[in-house]
Design a protein around this ligand. Structure first.
Ligand SMILES: Nc1ncnc2c1ncn2[C@@H]1O[C@H](COP(=O)(O)OP(=O)(O)OP(=O)(O)O)[C@@H](O)[C@H]1O
Ligand SMILES: [Mg+2]
Length: 235
């Protein structure tokens, strides 16, 4: 499958059309951003690693009954995906307090939550992706009630599947962000990527962070951390 027109260039990926109207190619870049893109940099071979990690995780999820946009991996940096209309909401699930939740609520990082917490953030960079709830989504016609229920059910199920999977490779899934879209105007499917850019992963035995926090907080050994995640998910 060949790329035709570039339709979007984001912070981490470039999206291209293909000759097939329902299929796109997402190209993974090495660019890294944090804190509303006020911090910019590159992580060597991140695109290659995230493409591979994301492909593997989408395959695991598909096998467990979660519909995703993943079609196949094309080469080191490119993934063939189903074209969706993205629902402009980022869904975050948190199992352990970290990052934004720690700052917003004054809670210590590492605090285990009694049950997973689901958050919605409006995808709007200029408004700094504000926290919203289901009433905003419904009142602003961002998604229907049925769609919200589907998104919520899938998100919690993804959490169960990925928590179990990462646990088997000695990683704690602290929190993660998902994006969903409408495929052919009807079916809700999981889109975008699942990688150390979008998940917090802490090594169970040492608490070592194997995710983008190494870049956000200048912890060093960033490439090595992504490589390690890739090595473990590929086992
Ligand atoms: N299957 C899909 N069909 C159409 N668009 C998709 C699909 N999966 C992901 N996208 C969108 O493609 C873009 C990928 O680029 P990237 O993740 O780099 O964007 P970004 O810089 O994070 O910005 P933003 O997500 O705010 O647009 C995102 O806008 C994402 O929502
Ligand atoms: Mg993105």
């Amino acid at each position: 499958m060949e790329k035709t027109i570039k339709i979007y260039e984001g912070k981490a990926k470039i999206v291209f059309e293909t000759v097939a109207p329902d299929l796109l190619i997402q190209y993974f870049k090495d660019d890294a951003t944090a804190f509303d893109a006020t911090k910019k940099g590159t992580i060597k071979d991140k695109g290659i690693m995230n493409n591979k990690i994301s492909s593997r995780l989408f395959q695991i999820l598909e096998k467990e009954g979660i519909p995703t946009h993943f079609v196949k991996i094309l080469n080191e940096r490119e993934m063939l995906i189903k074209r969706v209309v993205i629902i402009p909401v980022e869904v975050t699930i948190r199992n352990i307090v970290a990052g934004g939740m720690s700052r917003a609520l004054g809670l210590e990082e590492g605090l285990k939550l009694d049950c997973p917490v689901l958050e919605y953030h409006l995808k709007n960079d200029s408004l700094h992706d504000p926290l919203i709830n289901e009433y905003h989504i419904k009142a602003l016609k961002i998604a229907s009630l049925t769609e919200i229920e589907t998104i919520k059910n899938y998100s919690f199920k993804v959490n169960e599947i990925l928590t179990r999977f990462f646990s088997s490779i000695n990683l704690d899934l602290i929190d993660f962000k998902l994006e969903f879209g409408r495929f052919k105007d009807e079916e809700i499917i999981l889109a975008d990527e699942i990688s150390p850019d979008t998940c917090r992963l802490w090594e169970k035995t040492t608490g070592k962070r194997l995710d983008k926090d190494r870049f956000r907080r200048d912890l060093g050994n960033i490439e090595e951390a992504y490589q390690e995640v890739l090595r473990r998910v590929s086992k």
